[in-house]
Design a protein around this ligand. Sequence first.
Ligand code: CO
Length: 160
Amino acid sequence: MTKGMKILTIEDPKEEKILREKSTSVQEKELKNKEFQQFLDDLLQTAIESEEPAGGLASPQVGILKRVFYILNYDTDKWELFINPIVEPVGFKKKAIAEACLSIPNREGKVERNYRVKVKYIDRYGNRKTKKYEDLNAISIQHENDHLEGILFTDKILEE
Ligand code: CO
């Protein structure tokens, strides 16, 4: 049984404080833990069930400060999980689109991101992966990865 979790927002100062913290890496032995696997399912359920359609959700957004996030892949329409991701730019091309965030209700703003990224991460079974993404998927990954550092998109909004 999966359960949706409460999504923290900056509207509550206590919740904002958590959203501003840096998350810690997942230990490989944690992946064998049933509760941790359940948490991964619950986090996905939370993303799927969110009131506003979500393009991604990071673990600190439900108050769990671990280096875990999901994105909804725009090309495949499937959710993808990233654990302990390391995100690197590929090339110099940038793209700016209006972003939004479940943790920052009623706010949108243009942010410039790398157009292509490479991500190294582990999957839920501990397998090491490296994948390249571009365009909206790359932007989602950078947005979610920022959450793991306590960075919110509103920190990066371009001056119009
Ligand atoms: Co967000």
